[in-house]
Design a protein around this ligand. Structure first.
Ligand code: COA
Length: 189
């Protein structure tokens, strides 16, 4: 059955107790998508170490969960000096669900999270041939810069408002309820 995309699943925060489910999602990416996600070919061990670092850091991790399985993810990593004004974001959507609006929705969530934490710069890095990621970034107003063989998308999130804070709180509540009643399970494929 063809995948219908975004409405098939729910976007929610992924907690440290679900790190193995997030790791399994990244390991399921095809070699091409894995290379696109990490802007180069990486081993399974690299992914395992990446996930360990991810959940030991201040990063915020979102998952798009379909029938209890994480099929897409977004990572927001604060970087830089003490003011933490900048964060890097990275996205991963499994093949069967690419091009169905999930990446666009995940960037929207990450952008709101960055905004509500007072971050003034969001950076995304992708390969020059990754037209899909560039399109998703542009749709959210990113400026693209070609630098040293990579493409960097820059967004300056607006300042938070009561509405942006309220919206995130509502989404978090919805995601929490979803996680409570439909915890991640092992993927069949
Ligand atoms: C890049 C990625 C995150 C995008 O997520 P996605 O869910 O596939 O993207 P969406 O469906 O939300 O949007 C894709 C957009 O790109 C467009 N697109 C698809 N192929 C394209 C191409 N070859 N050239 C230009 N635009 C293209 C689509 O038409 C759509 O734009 P539209 O909504 O205006 O029609 C996802 O494909 C992915 O995980 N790829 C592998 C890992 C990766 O590249 N990560 C990014 C680096 S961190």
């Amino acid at each position: 059955m063809p995948h219908i995309g975004l409405k098939e699943g729910v976007i929610r925060r992924v907690s440290g107790t679900e790190r193995q489910d997030f790791r399994d999602h990244l390991l399921r990416l095809s070699p091409k998508s894995r290379r696109s996600r990490f802007t180069g070919s990486v081993s399974d061990l690299f992914i395992e170490q990446h996930v360990d670092r991810l959940f030991s850091s201040e990063a915020i991790v979102y998952g798009w969960v379909v029938d209890g399985v994480i099929r897409a993810g977004a990572e927001l990593h604060p970087v830089g000096g003490p003011l933490r004004a900048t964060a890097e974001a990275a996205f991963s959507v499994e093949e069967g669900w690419q091009d169905t609006g999930v990446g666009t929705a995940l960037l929207g969530r990450v952008l709101r999270a960055a905004r509500n934490r007072g971050l003034s710069r969001l950076i995304m890095t992708c390969l020059p041939e990754n037209a899909r990621m560039q399109r998703v970034a542009r749709k959210h107003g990113a400026r693209l810069q070609w630098q040293e063989g990579d493409v960097h998308g820059l967004i300056n999130p607006p300042v938070p408002t009561p509405i942006s804070l309220w919206r995130e709180a509502m989404e978090e509540g919805e995601g929490f309820m979803n996680a409570l009643f439909r915890p991640p399970k092992v993927a069949a494929e």
